[in-house]
Write a new protein. Structure first.
Length: 156
């Protein structure tokens, strides 16, 4: 394999890696269901297992631990909650009602690229990626809970 073929193989590997990265889904998403507010510090976002007495709904949030580097179940859960907290903060919500957690249906990814040859000289290029990670997922509602006092219209 000559140098030109080797370079073409490396370009193919780089393009494949770029496409895999570009096609990866976002670890968090939201759908606005209310009025977005100015962003706040994620540390100010409270996590609720059940709805507080009065609140204003801002958005529905979905998050996954995918790509977080978490390996234990607790780390995956923590990553999901942290991503939900950060997304809520970007939307100006000061709370998240966690409605459910679970696991992504997928869990395995595989990619393989190989180039080789032997005419006079030999050279080869290969790339292999495989992950059997089963990401944790979470679904919740980003909310705004007003400090003591009345909430704006549309609140529950």
């Amino acid at each position: 394999m000559d140098l030109k073929t080797l370079r073409a193989g490396l370009a193919l590997v780089a393009a494949t890696a770029f496409l895999l990265t570009a096609c990866a889904s976002s670890p968090v998403s939201h759908v606005l269901t209310g009025k977005q507010r100015p962003p706040i510090d994620p540390a100010q976002v409270k996590i609720y297992a059940s709805p507080p007495a009065k609140y204003e709904e801002i958005a529905i949030i979905d998050a996954t631990s995918s790509g977080s580097g978490a390996s234990t179940e607790q780390e995956k859960s923590d990553a999901v909650i942290q991503r939900m907290r950060e997304e809520a903060a970007r939307l100006g919500a000061n709370g998240v009602i966690v409605q459910r957690t679970g696991y992504d249906r997928g869990g395995s990814t595989g990619v393989g690229v190989g180039i080789g040859g032997a005419i006079g000289r030999s050279a080869g290029v290969s790339l292999g990626v495989f992950s059997s990670d089963r990401p944790r997922t979470g679904h919740g509602v980003a909310i705004y809970v007003a400090p003591a006092g009345a909430l704006p219209s549309g609140s529950k």
